[in-house]
Ligand binder design. Structure first.
Ligand code: DAH
Length: 341
């Protein structure tokens, strides 16, 4: 083949190459060890001596031309090319996998529940995890001899001998009621999520640290029906519109009357299963009308104001909602668990 016909066929071949491997084949065809350029220069010794220099120069120009066309085409194939590019970056190589972060399932539940109450006009208030004995017990009308005050039910802090009041890790979020009522005046509608601590042995349903959400409303003329309406709206928003609800009489020192709230079992739809203990009902929270003694402790006149309060365990709500059977899963940070939410 002469120089002109090589040029012509090169242009056609380059135009036809649609991928890096195809372009490589073109490169080999022209520049390879047995390629067309090599065949051309192999004829030089057979030429007349005076023709050799000129022919060699033309062959060199042809080579430069081929290289230039190949490079240009390679650039135009650009990102579509696989394999190492001339810059040494292999754009066909799989990217380094990056896990995308997300909110912990408990954070998600706390946000979801807080949002439901915010939509009803509640504000979110947070209290400290280290509390005074007054806020955690006395202010909440929990008597001095109540077993929950014992060291085996509450973590007390080691304190200097001259300390005037015992400090503890709050065992419930209810002390936020005392803090909020002492610093704000009614009407009040407050939700307080946060960590609580109890010296429980860890098992599938107990942890020495867990989360609660406290809520309360105080104003003139607040009644038990307000409590029922608010909690029913909340439970349907979290567990679905078709659930049933019931209020069971109970006792809490800080509310009178008190009730525990059950929802119809969302797992078996009341046919009876191991989660509801074949009862068809699941307990989701404690509640009641705020005790007049609590109002006295914060300086509210119980003859003027009434209110309701409720408290729920966040882990318990999450376990029921998602069918999680071991509380320890929340704290072990196993990505296989966390990634599901
Ligand atoms: N503090 C209670 C507990 O930890 C939960 C609770 C029950 C909170 C009734 C309330 C309430 O505000 O009214 O078991």
């Amino acid at each position: 083949m002469d120089i002109q016909s090589i040029k012509k066929s090169l242009e056609a071949d380059i135009a036809g190459a649609q991928s890096a491997p195809e372009l490589d084949a073109v490169r080999v065809k022209y520049l390879g060890r047995k390629g067309l350029l090599a065949q051309l220069t192999a004829t030089i010794p057979s030429l007349a001596v005076e023709e050799r220099a000129a022919f060699g120069k033309q062959a060199n120009e042809l080579k430069a031309h081929i290289v230039a066309l190949l490079d240009e085409k390679q650039r135009s194939l650009g990102d579509r090319a696989a394999g190492p590019s001339r810059s040494g970056v292999d754009i066909g190589m799989p990217a380094i996998h990056q896990d995308v972060g997300r909110l912990h399932v408990l954070t998600q539940i706390i946000q979801e529940i807080s949002e439901i109450f915010k939509n009803m006009g509640f504000i979110i208030v947070e209290g400290p995890e280290i509390e005074t004995e007054f806020n955690n017990f006395t202010g909440l009308n929990i008597p001095l001899e109540h077993p929950s005050r014992e060291a085996f039910d509450t973590f007390y802090l080691r304190q200097p001998a001259q300390a005037t009041e015992r400090l503890l890790l709050r065992s419930q979020t209810s002390p936020v009621q005392i803090r909020a009522m002492k610093t704000m005046k009614p009407p009040l509608a407050v939700v307080a999520p946060g960590r609580v601590y109890r010296p429980d042995a860890v098992d599938a349903s107990h942890s020495f640290m867990f989360h609660q959400i406290e809520g309360f409303v105080v104003d003139r003329g607040i009644t038990f029906s307000d409590l029922k309406g608010v909690l029913e709206y909340f439970a349907r928003a979290v567990f679905g519109q078709d659930i049933k609800m019931r209020f069971r009489p109970h006792f809490f020192p800080f509310t009178e009357p008190s009730a525990e709230v059950d929802i119809s079992c969302i797992i078996c739809k009341q046919k009876g299963c191991s989660v509801c203990g074949r009862k068809g009902w699941l307990e989701i929270l404690g509640s009641g009308m705020i005790h007049p003694n609590v109002f006295k402790h914060v300086g509210y006149d119980p003859a003027v104001y009434t209110g309701f309060a409720f408290g729920m365990g966040v882990e318990r709500i999450a376990m029921l909602k998602y069918g999680i059977n071991d509380i320890r899963l929340f704290y072990e940070n196993d990505l296989r668990f966390l990634k599901q939410f």
